[in-house]
Design a protein around this ligand. Structure first.
Ligand SMILES: Cc1cc2nc3c(=O)[nH]c(=O)nc-3n(C[C@H](O)[C@H](O)[C@H](O)COP(=O)(O)OP(=O)(O)OC[C@H]3O[C@@H](n4cnc5c(N)ncnc54)[C@H](O)[C@@H]3O)c2cc1C
Length: 491
């Protein structure tokens, strides 16, 4: 096997140490990988400051799990790189020695996406957290992948700009790119993939490439940006991202509407979307979810199926018209309560209950873990999917909480159980499978935003059919030795 030649992006000085390292090339396969050797560790410590390399138990433990129920697996070593060049050198070593490498953002995934299931090296990007260039006049920002999106938005707000996808948790931009994250505002503005203009990516071979341009539209060749967005660290490490931005809205309008039945609430979603209105958020919570949020946040909402609605606009007068129209549409479905307000403070008051849902469910169910459903279907099928999910969970005698980004047809159902209790957890898994099959049968997807990770691999064939083979061929082409985040997306 020939060793890859250095990328033209590299300076000679930066490579000198690497090329001096005597790599004994072997035809070792990843399955034979048994751990990082002392020699390999020493080499990693010669690439990056030893202070940024750790094999300490507590550090390995912190990088052994995400926010999902999936079993922990410790890596052999955690490295905090500071540049694409450092990452390139580590990947060259890993590729030659068949060491698994898993990129790590903030570890907030819900599908085991960053769990290093084959151990090896975790590359934690959190120290690559600089905003490199804000071009406010172009509505663009160039940042390192470890920037936390909430901090990015705090910075951008001073310039009247923002990056809309909002996954709720304290995620990094690299992790959002990895999972193609989206959130409550995706209904109006789009998901992460709609904002990434260009990226610097280090390939498993160590080559550093740039994909995309600064143009907001392009018809030039294959869209490699979109290939890497949502690839969950299986194709390379993203080190730098240029994002398109949006001007901060001048005015906000919000409404919280409560209904007698799920069908009345979810049908309203479909009717609002069909009316030509353009909500900035349209979220659904079922009655058990409202109940746990009430408990956890000491609120007093009626424990009924509830919609949280938000509009953005340039003037209060325009939003008043939208509000009237929303009220009229909701009226057709006999709401029990319609609470609304205009202005940012009113919006924050009304939306208080929508944030912290996951935490409220966990706090109300001590000792239980949620399996999080993330199906998405065409909007006309949303009511059916929610009802189907409720029915399945009830039939199996399980506790489930349904909520989600209804305007995008995206359902989160958290089904509670104890993963270690085999019989019960089997039921949880079966319920989840039935809900996913239902969504796929409606032309939907197993995952609207959390990614495939470990838990959704089993649905890939059903969802993608023959095109799954092309995905596998792309993986093989970019990562022939299978070192990048092995065990994710594909079985
Ligand atoms: C309470 C809660 C609410 C959530 N709500 C939402 C939501 O509304 N919408 C949503 O989309 N998600 C949601 N999530 C899931 C999660 O926050 C997002 O998927 C987020 O984008 C993960 O970012 P992270 O920085 O934590 O990435 P990680 O979890 O560390 O990594 C995510 C994936 O990206 C890869 N990766 C990380 N950095 C890089 C890089 N630099 N280059 C290449 N690959 C990389 C990892 O290997 C992994 O596969 C929620 C999570 C929680 C806990």
């Amino acid at each position: 096997m020939e060793y890859p030649s250095p990328s033209p992006h590299w300076g000679d000085g930066e490579d000198a140490g690497f090329w001096a390292f005597d790599i004994q090339l072997t035809e070792k396969n990843l399955v034979e990988y048994t751990g990082v050797t002392k020699k390999e560790l020493d080499f990693i410590r010669s690439i990056v400051d030893p202070e940024r390399v750790s094999t300490g138990e507590s550090v390995l433990d912190l990088h052994s799990k995400d926010e999902s129920f999936h079993p922990r697996r410790k890596p052999d070593v955690v490295v905090w790189p500071l540049s694409a060049v450092e990452i390139s050198q580590i990947l060259k070593l890993a590729d030659a020695k068949r060491i698994p490498v898993t990129p790590w953002g903030a570890g907030t995934s819900l599908e085991g996406n960053p769990i290093p299931v084959k151990a090896g090296i975790v590359l934690d990007l959190q120290q690559m957290n600089h905003i490199l260039e804000l071009r406010a006049e172009d509505l663009q920002v160039r940042i390192e992948a470890g920037v936390i999106y909430k901090e990015l938005n705090q910075h951008l707000s001073r310039f009247g700009l923002f990056f809309p996808p909002d996954p709720g948790a304290s995620a990094t931009i690299g992790g959002m790119v990895g999972n193609n994250a989206s959130g409550v505002r995706t209904i109006k503005y789009g998901a992460t993939k709609d904002f990434v203009l260009s990226m610097v990516v280090v390939l498993p071979s160590g080559e550093i490439i740039r994909v995309g341009t600064n143009a907001v539209k392009s018809s030039s060749g294959y869209d490699l940006c979109r290939l890497f967005v949502g690839s969950e660290g299986t194709l390379g490490v993203v080190t730098e991202v240029t994002l398109r931005l949006i001007g901060l809205p001048a005015e906000f309008m919000a409404a919280v509407v409560q209904f007698r039945s799920i069908r009345e609430a979810t049908d309203t979603v479909f009717q609002i979307m069909r009316s030509g209105l353009s909500p900035a958020a349209l979220e659904f919570l079922d009655a058990p979810t409202v109940q746990v949020v009430n408990q956890f946040k000491k609120l007093s909402l009626e424990e009924r199926p509830t919609l949280f609605i938000e509009f953005h606009g340039t003037s209060a007068a325009g939003l008043k018209e939208d509000l009237e129209m929303v009220k009229e549409i909701c009226g057709e479905n006999r709401p029990l309560r319609f609470d609304s307000g205009i202005g940012r403070e009113e919006r924050n008051r009304l939306w208080e209950a929508r944030y912290g849902v996951h935490e409220s469910i966990k706090a109300s169910n001590p000792g239980l873990s949620p399996l999080v459903i993330d199906t998405a279907v065409p909007i006309s099928k949303y009511s059916d999917m929610v009802e189907w999910g409720q029915k399945i969970v009830k039939e199996k005698g399980l506790q489930g909480y349904a909520f989600g980004h209804a305007g995008n047809g995206n359902l989160h159902m958290e089904i509670m159980g104890i993963p270690e209790e085999e019989v019960q957890w089997q039921k949880v898994q079966e319920a989840a499978e039935e809900i996913v099959h239902f969504a796929l049968g409606c032309g939907g997807t197993a995952t609207g935003e959390h990614g495939i990770g470990i838990g959704k691999r089993k649905f890939m064939k059903e969802e993608h059919g023959e095109s799954l083979l092309l995905m596998k061929q792309i993986k093989k082409l970019v990562d022939p030795n299978g070192i990048m985040n092995p065990g994710k997306i594909f079985d």
